[in-house]
Design a protein around this ligand. Structure first.
Ligand code: PRX
Length: 665
């Protein structure tokens, strides 16, 4: 963790919420926000108990909160079901015929016409979910089991998640960009015996071979007994080697359409304990092994429900679009659970933002009259670079609210989003949160909070965020420090799957008694939070979180590599890029061919998102006398900066000189 945190941002522009927006917003005055915020912090049981009444319960809770650092139990003794709240409750509220999922596929039906469109109503979605839920039961899935989902962005991905929730099995969704090795590791860690996947998925005009990756993964683990395969791409069954085909293992593999075909559309939702696990989702930390972040039922449902309602100011006739993938927490909370728990029409797009060109997102917004749009700064930067002529070809007047998530947004990108996409009339909610927090934590309320480009502004209800030093002492305005949360909140992670000790150590020991986010931040004179990025060994590449040690482990698993050190470097488009310093086994040649080989190797071990931007061969790595790699120095070298600061503990000064020579040479 770096000891000094600097911020060079000086941002003075302030954008108050448009008056007509505030007049119609769920929360429209600062006084109302402050009153509710105070209540949520001073009397959380009263506040969250009242909100929980808006959800459906099979049995009401006995106690709102049971808290002993670091273990929180919310709505103790209550029984509910997340899928019931997202489907049956919406139907009971009269939304049965409303579109729940409005899906557009990637391949265009004709040039400029967009892709295939499917509209699934709440009633249809409940039927689809119930059929798959019954299908999963028929192949032995029981309450308390874990099911892996490795799917393209098709409605069936949401159906699969909800089907698990309906019968009380926890899902473990793996992003479709992860490699077979990553699948095998996650399947083993979560002890999954069933995988739901598809033959392939469309992405940027090509087909991602999902089933093939699963087959490969299953040569590395023998845990999985059944593989459910959705036919998305009509790939013929063959030996799986011929391009475009899939292999088939009789007895293990079952077609999705065969599994649901004969099932009843009636599957009662399982009453789940508030603290039963809803899902496990893997994310990177500062060790080599991704952590299975464990979220439970009632608190997570409440957190995603409440934030969706207020942060996106969700109204009955909104068409809401979050561009994330369901393989990430943003997709879990803000494509599936939060929007559906609010009875929203949620748009889901299968493919890439730039297919067939950079106009695709804007044509989708125009075609489907999207009103609330939530995306990532990295995408905004890519659109900026592509040029405003793409959005300007489309009617974006349906938009009323914009959001961002995943990384700090640079003020230039914020201003572009505000003017070119929002036409200066849409508030922007820059939402800070994490896989671990389950739901949005620091964010403007669109009808209330004056925004400034680059800050996530103020904490949401129930979030006691603070900037502290290592002892937990709160720092003053504009002092950089560690971002912590001092009180439990309903959607917080409950543990790391099967590893409660690692949970306590990772999150609750750096600043004793507080949840440490891993982020550095400062508060300005208005109390706004400016996130400065990770202060641990985690890097944020295009809004995706990667552990430097995870990439190092992948590199040293290559037979040519002796040692590796990975650091994040500034990257114009991705936010951060990946630089890897590598020392080789004796006798290996440090040449371009090996560089290419190592890059391909990392992609194979983890996935394309971990592709190193730079591989640098070196004879040795700079280390402290106690043997720790001096990442700070490597960062400076990789970024092309003058190496500054304390180098007196360097074990071997000549190493640094050699690294620099290489750089200059
Ligand atoms: O560093 C912060 C950054 O993303 C990290 C969380 O990553 P992940 O668990 O993958 O979840 C991403 C989507 C919720 C945080 O520790 N981050 C996320 N949102 C923001 C952000 N940094 C600055 N501003 C944000 N709005």
């Amino acid at each position: 963790m770096s000891e000094t945190i600097h911020s060079t941002l000086e941002e003075r522009r302030v954008f108050p919420p448009p008056a007509d927006f505030a007049a119609k917003a769920h929360i429209g005055t600062r006084a109302e926000y402050e009153k509710l915020y105070r209540e949520s912090i001073d009397h959380p049981e009263q506040f969250f108990g009242r909100i929980a009444e808006e959800l459906h319960w099979f049995k009401k809770w006995d106690k709102v909160l049971d808290w002993q650092v670091p273990n929180a139990k919310w709505f103790v003794g209550g029984k509910t079901n997340v899928a019931y709240n997202c489907l049956d409750r919406q139907i009971d509220l009269g939304r049965g015929d409303k579109t729940a999922i409005l899906w557009e596929g990637e391949p265009e039906t004709a040039a400029g016409a967009g892709g295939e469109v499917r509209k699934i109503t709440y009633k249809q979605l409940r039927d689809d979910v119930s059929k798959l839920a019954n299908g999963l039961k028929s192949i032995g899935v029981k309450k308390g089991d874990r099911v892996t989902i490795y799917m393209p962005m098709v409605p069936e991905a949401a159906v699969a998640m909800l089907a698990c929730a309906r019968i009380g099995a926890a899902h473990s969704v793996i992003f479709g960009g992860f490699s077979s090795q990553a699948i095998a590791d996650r399947v083993d860690d979560a002890q999954c015996t069933v995988i739901i996947t598809a033959d392939g998925g469309y992405r940027r005009g090509t087909v991602v071979p999902l089933k093939r990756n699963v087959d490969d993964a299953l040569t590395k683990t023998d845990r999985v007994k059944k593989v459910v395969v959705l036919n998305r791409c009509n790939m013929p069954v063959a030996d799986g080697v011929a391009p475009g085909s899939i292999a088939w293992k009789e007895g293990r593999d079952v077609w999705y359409h065969d599994l649901v075909g004969t099932q009843s559309a009636d599957c009662p939702a399982e009453p789940m304990d508030s603290e039963d696990t809803l899902f496990v989702l893997y994310t990177s930390g500062s060790t080599g092994k991704p952590k299975g972040i464990q979220h439970t039922t009632a608190g997570y449902l409440l957190g995603t429900y409440l934030t969706t309602k207020y942060v996106f100011d969700m109204k009955p006739d909104d068409v809401y679009w979050c561009t994330a993938d369901v393989g990430w927490i943003t997709g879990h909370s803000y494509i599936v659970y939060g929007p559906l728990a609010n009875g929203t029409t949620c748009l889901m797009y299968e493919g890439a933002p730039n297919h067939p060109d950079f106009g695709r997102f804007w044509s989708i917004i125009e075609r489907h009259k999207v009103s609330v749009f939530y995306t990532a700064p990295t995408a905004i930067r890519a659109f900026m670079k592509a040029g405003k002529e793409f959005p300007q070809k489309h009617d974006l007047s349906s938009l009323r609210l914009l959001g961002t998530v995943g990384e700090p947004i640079n003020p230039e990108a914020w201003m572009w989003y505000h003017t070119v996409i929002g036409h200066e009339k849409c508030p922007i909610v820059d939402t800070w949160w994490q896989t671990e927090t389950g739901a949005i934590m620091i964010t403007p309320l669109p009808g209330v909070t004056p925004t400034k480009p680059g800050t996530a502004t103020l904490p949401f209800f129930g979030v006691d965020a603070a900037i502290v030093d290592r002892s937990g002492k709160e720092l003053g305005p504009n002092e950089g420090g560690l971002l912590v949360i001092r009180k439990p909140w309903p959607s917080m992670l409950r543990s790391i799957f099967n590893d409660p000790e690692r949970y306590a150590k990772t999150y609750w020991s750096d600043v004793p008694g507080y949840y440490f986010t891993g982020d550095g931040a400062r508060r300005d004179n208005d109390g706004y939070f400016w996130i400065m990025g990770r202060v641990d060994d985690v890097i944020n590449v295009s809004g995706h979180r990667l552990g430097t040690m995870e990439i190092e482990s992948a590199l040293v698993a290559h037979e040519a590599v002796a040692e590796a050190a990975v650091v994040g470097i500034p990257h114009e488009m991705k936010g951060q890029g990946i630089a890897a310093f590598v020392t080789l086994e004796t006798g290996r040649r440090a040449d371009e061919a090996l560089k290419k080989d190592l890059i391909a190797w990392v992609r194979k071990q983890i996935g394309a998102l971990a592709t190193p931007d730079q591989i640098r061969f070196t004879e040795s790595l700079p280390k402290t006398r106690s043997g720790k790699i001096m990442r700070r120095l490597l960062k400076e070298v990789a970024s092309g900066n003058e190496v500054k600061g304390d180098v007196t503990t360097l074990e071997d000064f000549s190493v640094l000189a050699k690294l620099k020579e290489k750089d200059e040479g």
